[in-house]
Design a protein around this ligand. Structure first.
Ligand code: ZN
Length: 265
């Protein structure tokens, strides 16, 4: 009898395991990886309980100007790409008023971009490593509301673009969430571009222009404001060895008007 019960329990255990596996798959699917309107709406609209796993699915929202208070991502655990170049340590912080973009996800996306074989470490001059709160840093990457972007950048307060100001690499959450109209590539590509462009300034590089019609835009071109015949490109080393660049200089493009608060709901 005990043996038979054990056998039945074993079969039931397998079924439980399958059900558990399918429950586990749901939060992963609904993480807002692609856009503001993710599967998380469907998950919460069905009245599922909003436990810790579903908190990552909160719709994205942010005010026009946040309170300049920050959540800091932990350091990367893998240690970054190996190499002999000069080590630069950076921190990733997200303004607390920004909802639905967990600092861990933002840091993972930024670090994946910076460690990519087509990224700034490909030339061998630099190594980049994300450190957590309290560690010494060479620069900080902020994901900021448009208003706080103006406070941190201390330039023409446009509320639209991103910037680099000294040790501050400031990514405007409005561009992270919406990209730019007519960019000609995915939002993920635009995000990689904005990270590489602003970090490129931190590495000492200035603006470049489109080198020729239908050619990829250099990452130091202000692709946010215009492609000028070039195609979207997020990478400084698209082939992994030689830096892809254009003539030094910038365009006199008009900066679009700032937008206000945002809510995906
Ligand atoms: Zn720039």
């Amino acid at each position: 009898m005990a043996y038979r019960l054990s056998g039945v329990a074993g079969g039931g255990g397998a079924a439980h395991r399958m059900r558990r596996a399918s429950r586990r798959a749901t939060p992963d699917r609904c993480r807002p990886r692609r856009a503001a309107h993710g599967d998380c709406h469907r998950a919460t609209d069905r009245g599922r309980r909003r436990d810790a796993q579903f908190r990552a699915c909160r719709p994205i929202s942010y005010p026009a100007a946040g309170g300049n208070r920050w959540s800091t991502a932990p350091g990367e655990t893998a240690g970054g790409r190996p190499g002999d170049g000069r080590l630069l340590r950076y921190r990733v912080v997200v303004e607390r008023d920004i909802r639905g973009l967990p600092v861990g996800d933002i840091a993972a996306a930024i670090t994946a971009t910076l460690n990519d074989p087509r990224g700034w470490t490909a030339g061998g001059a630099w190594r980049l490593r994300r450190v957590g709160a309290g560690g010494a840093t060479d620069f900080t990457i902020y994901l900021a509301t448009p208003g706080t972007r103006d406070t941190l950048c201390q330039d023409m307060p446009d509320g639209y673009t991103s910037c680099r100001n000294g040790g501050r690499v400031v990514l405007n959450v409005a561009r992270w969430v919406k990209g730019v109209p007519g960019y000609g590539a995915s939002l993920a590509t635009y995000r990689q571009y904005m990270v590489n462009h602003e970090v490129g300034h931190k590495l000492g590089l200035g603006h470049e222009r489109c080198p020729g019609r239908d050619r990829p835009a250099p990452v130091m071109q202000q692709q946010t404001l215009g492609r000028h015949g070039c195609t979207a490109n997020a990478w400084p080393y698209p082939e992994g060895k030689v830096r892809y660049s254009g003539p030094v200089g910038a365009y006199d493009d008009e900066i679009p008007r700032r937008e206000g608060a945002y809510s995906a709901q």
